[in-house]
Design a protein around this ligand. Structure first.
Ligand code: IFM
Length: 456
């Protein structure tokens, strides 16, 4: 079927009953209100003030004002027909100094949000850490310091104690690859450090220790919780026939795609990556790998694109691409899901992020006719259906993102939302993709399109 037909025939996919259609966001990208109700400072508040760090000089200080407008947002999600909403909790709202006293007002906000979602019939999917580390922890070394992992365990316990009676689905971390590598190696993200890959692996290890401590804390507070982690994958396609092309491809693949999933599945860190970075692994304490491999209920998979690699490294993506310059490649998602299932063998996977930044031209009628985004979503949902048909138990799909938001070092120039935000009023304006997603959800829930597996 042609891509355009895939997008128009929204009743074609046969997902299992109970498949969760959702949308995703994260705290710093949408909340704003960075000084409200005792919130502490995060590394992103600090990083955004560094000259040149953010492409458009902006920050998440106001973002989408979700902290103030969350009730309207929940109503909009209900209108969309979402089954699930994936959001993150801002650590600095709960523990302003990173470790120590709990700020009840911060917990109150998420308490209200969770109740509001449940009242609207929307299941909360909660991520504990989506990159907004309390800056006082960074002052003490951040993720290079193991104590940050211990502090995360205590923070996780505080959130789970308060919300564990109503939130079933928990993710410890979002994309620890990005926290470790963009935060401590390339410096593109907060805290903006440019250190060695070996230092990046120290940070990555501490993130995984934090994950393990978080899993324990959540299970202690909420024994029936379904617990996972959201990992991002950028599969590598080797270009060029040489052994050197294969070697560089294998190293990049190990750093990007294998580093986190393999220890979660009980294997050691990939040897080829440790060797390439001359990583001593001194930070790994005797019981760490057992802590990291704690059984999970599900894995969250964030997928946007693949990367082409030769002996020189990652190559510019061939077209078609999104405005991020990321190649649009849905078939890789089907292959990725099979590979992930082979590694983890779990009963449940969620696509916890998938979506596209597009130019979003406003038509004469004032509507954002984002047919390109609709096609991206349709072809990727079709790719998920393909994986489901071949036996991968994918249980849900969360579009990134619910609204245009603060795209980290790229500011507000990259637009991933299915809703735009009107400047001045902060009104959420549905793009054509929001209407499409709404129809697709409603069609997929129609009784005649709910057989047990696969696509036609
Ligand atoms: O906006 C980000 C999100 O915070 C994490 N995953 C990728 C998205 C798009 O870059």
């Amino acid at each position: 079927m042609k891509n355009a037909d895939l997008a128009t025939n929204t009743a074609q996919w046969k997902f299992p009953p109970g498949f969760v259609w959702g949308a995703a966001t994260s705290a710093y990208q949408i909340e704003g209100a960075i000084s409200a109700d005792g919130r502490g400072r995060s590394i992103w508040d600090v990083f955004c003030r560094v000259e040149g760090a953010i492409a458009d000089g902006s920050s998440g200080a106001d973002a989408c004002r979700h902290y103030e407008l969350w009730r309207d947002d929940v109503a909009t999600m209900k209108w969309l027909g979402l089954d699930g909403y994936r959001f993150s909790v801002a650590w600095p709202r709960i523990v302003p100094d990173g470790d120590g006293a709990i700020n009840a007002a911060g917990l109150d906000f998420y308490d209200r949000l969770v109740d509001g979602l449940l009242e609207a019939g929307i299941e909360p999917y909660l991520t504990l850490y989506h990159w907004d580390l309390p800056s006082s922890l960074e002052d003490a070394g951040g993720w290079l310091n193991r104590r940050t992992a211990d502090a995360f365990g205590r923070y996780a316990a505080a959130v789970a104690d308060r919300l564990g009676d109503r939130v079933t689905h928990w993710m410890t971390l979002n994309e620890p690859y990005v926290s470790a590598n963009l935060g401590y190696v390339t410096g593109q993200h907060a805290p903006g450090q440019r250190l060695s890959q070996a230092d990046g692996f120290d940070a990555a290890h501490h993130l995984l220790v934090a994950h393990g401590l978080g899993v324990t804390a959540i299970r202690d507070a909420a024994p029936d919780a379904s617990v996972g982690i959201a990992l991002n994958f950028t599969p590598v396609t080797q270009v060029g026939p040489g052994a050197d092309d294969a070697h560089v491809g294998a190293v990049i693949d190990a750093i990007h795609n294998r580093w986190f999933i393999e220890p979660l599945a009980g294997s050691p860190y990939p040897e080829i990556a440790c060797r390439a970075a001359q990583w001593s692994g001194d930070v790994v304490l005797p019981d760490d790998m057992d802590l990291i491999r704690a059984p999970l209920d599900f894995l969250g998979i964030n997928y946007y694109t693949r990367q082409l690699v030769d002996h020189t490294g990652v190559l510019a993506a061939p077209g078609p691409t999104t405005t991020m310059g990321w190649e649009i490649r849905p078939s890789t998602l089907t292959e990725l899901l099979a590979w992930v299932h082979g590694c983890m063998g779990l009963d449940a996977y969620y696509i916890t992020e998938n979506g596209a930044a597009m130019p979003d031209v406003v038509s004469e009628g004032g509507v954002i006719q984002d047919h390109d985004r609709i096609e991206y979503l349709a072809t990727h949902i079709d790719a998920v259906a393909g994986a489901v048909a071949s036996g991968v138990p994918v249980r849900g799909y969360f579009v990134w993102s619910f609204v245009d938001n603060f795209e980290w070092s790229l500011g507000y120039e990259q637009k991933f939302g299915i809703f735009a935000i009107e400047s001045d009023t902060y009104r959420r304006i549905p793009k054509l993709s929001a209407l499409w997603y709404r129809n697709m959800i409603s069609d997929s829930q129609a009784p005649e399109s709910a057989p047990t597996t696969g696509r036609p």
